[in-house]
Design a protein around this ligand. Structure first.
Ligand code: KIV
Length: 271
């Protein structure tokens, strides 16, 4: 009997092939077993345990406070749910910026303790040495350029990035450096569609856009945003594919009134 169990999830090789074959790549965030299972069953290609969990799960204003331990805890549930999708985990703020040794050790911890398939890091040429070491160690890496929320204090907000030529040129050079370092894909967040198209044509690894137009090789959205669970959040790039905030509110209101008026539970719902 073989000691190896078959991993049925997509591989980074498959994700790269999808670009070559012109097949669009789909990615959504997930932070828990129950929703990840539904998203995986629907046929998503990649599940991202994003550090947006800091906002969505923990209610923080920024992504910065979430810790490595918290990311690993959330990732375990998502990995248990994923039968088909490749699972990518965000390296949280502070877990890869101090030294390359720390970066590679933390990337290994994520794969070892959560069972995820890859990590994602924000940044360009400055983090290439750390990325190279992760890849040598056997950790597949997804890059992240453009709006990088961990640098919100440096940018002073979440506005469109790389509007000016100098920043656009730097982003293109960063994308080439990430490709050269061996990243299996690169997330491009909130940049002009024309620049995202230039980057997509310039690199051989897939680009996954969010607020970056439709010429990228794939798209990613925050699950709770696209399901319409965050009523107040509707940037231009976001499409609500459902209005679940209303559904949840209506269901809870009905529950409250049926408990109050004594009609729940009914005789059929009782033992
Ligand atoms: O943390 C996150 O949700 C992300 C996506 C916005 C790409 O990094």
């Amino acid at each position: 009997m073989s000691v190896h169990t078959q991993n049925t999830r997509l591989t980074t090789t498959k994700i790269r092939q999808m670009k070559q074959q012109g097949e669009k790549i789909t990615m959504l965030t997930s932070y828990d077993y129950t929703l990840a299972r539904l998203v995986d069953e629907a046929g998503i290609d990649m599940l991202l345990v994003g550090d947006s969990a800091s906002n969505i799960v923990c209610g923080n204003q920024y992504t910065l406070p979430i810790t490595l331990d918290e990311m690993i805890f959330l990732s375990k549930g998502v990995v248990r749910a994923a039968q088909h999708a490749l699972v990518v985990v965000d390296m949280p703020f502070g877990s890869y910026q101090v030294t390359d040794d720390q970066a590679v050790a933390n990337a290994i911890r994520i794969l070892k303790e959560s069972g995820a398939d890859a990590v994602k890091l924000e940044g360009g040429q400055e983090i290439v040495p750390a990325i190279r070491r992760m890849i040598v160690a056997g950790v597949p890496v997804c890059g992240h350029l453009g709006l990088t929320p961990q640098s919100v204090n440096q940018f002073g907000g979440y506005g469109l990035r790389a509007k000016e030529e100098a920043e656009a040129d730097k982003l293109l050079a960063d994308a080439r450096a990430l490709e050269d370092a061996g990243c299996f894909c690169i997330v491009l967040e909130k940049i002009p569609a024309a620049l995202a198209e230039r980057v997509t044509k310039a690199v051989s690894c897939p680009t996954i856009g969010i607020g970056a137009g439709n010429a990228t090789d794939g798209q990613v959205l925050v699950l709770h945003d696209m399901l319409g669970l965050n009523r107040g959040f509707k940037p231009k790039f976001l499409r609500h594919f459902a209005q679940l905030a209303d559904d949840v509110n209506n269901a809870v209101s009905e529950y409250i009134s049926t408990v109050k008026d004594g009609s729940f539970p009914s005789a059929e719902e009782s033992y």
